[in-house]
Design a protein. Structure first.
Length: 118
């Protein structure tokens, strides 16, 4: 992940949490300003949260969604845990299984869902 500062300076960070010289914590998700850095949302996290939200709103289990999309249940589970980079074909299959537009799976997260739930 590359952090872009307002001054034009850039910093490469490969950890979930980065520290600046002032020890301000910079999280690796959320299109927000943390200190003077602009931080981007994690794409896997966006798809994971949106997939789980849409699946539960439809009243489907992971197994039912996997059957509709032609995928394996454990694959759907790992996508919802943001552990997989899924292909465009699988993204469109999941959208078809949920009967939603693929853009709904890629919609930016609201501010209250940008952090990991414990």
């Amino acid at each position: 992940m590359i952090l872009s500062y307002a001054s034009g300076r850039r910093k490469v960070c490969r950890r979930k949490v980065c520290r600046r010289k002032s020890n301000t914590l910079l999280k690796s998700w959320g299109n927000k300003y943390w200190g003077s850095a602009i931080v981007r949302q994690d794409p896997k996290r966006i798809v994971a949260v949106n997939l789980r939200r849409l699946r539960t709103a439809s009243g489907l289990s992971q197994e039912e969604l996997a059957d509709r999309a032609g995928l394996h249940r454990t694959y759907v589970s790992s996508i919802e845990r943001a552990q997989r980079n899924l292909s465009l074909e699988n993204l469109f299959s999941l959208a078809a299984g949920l009967a939603v537009d693929v853009r709904e799976l890629l919609a930016p997260l609201p501010e209250d869902q940008q952090g990991w739930k414990k």
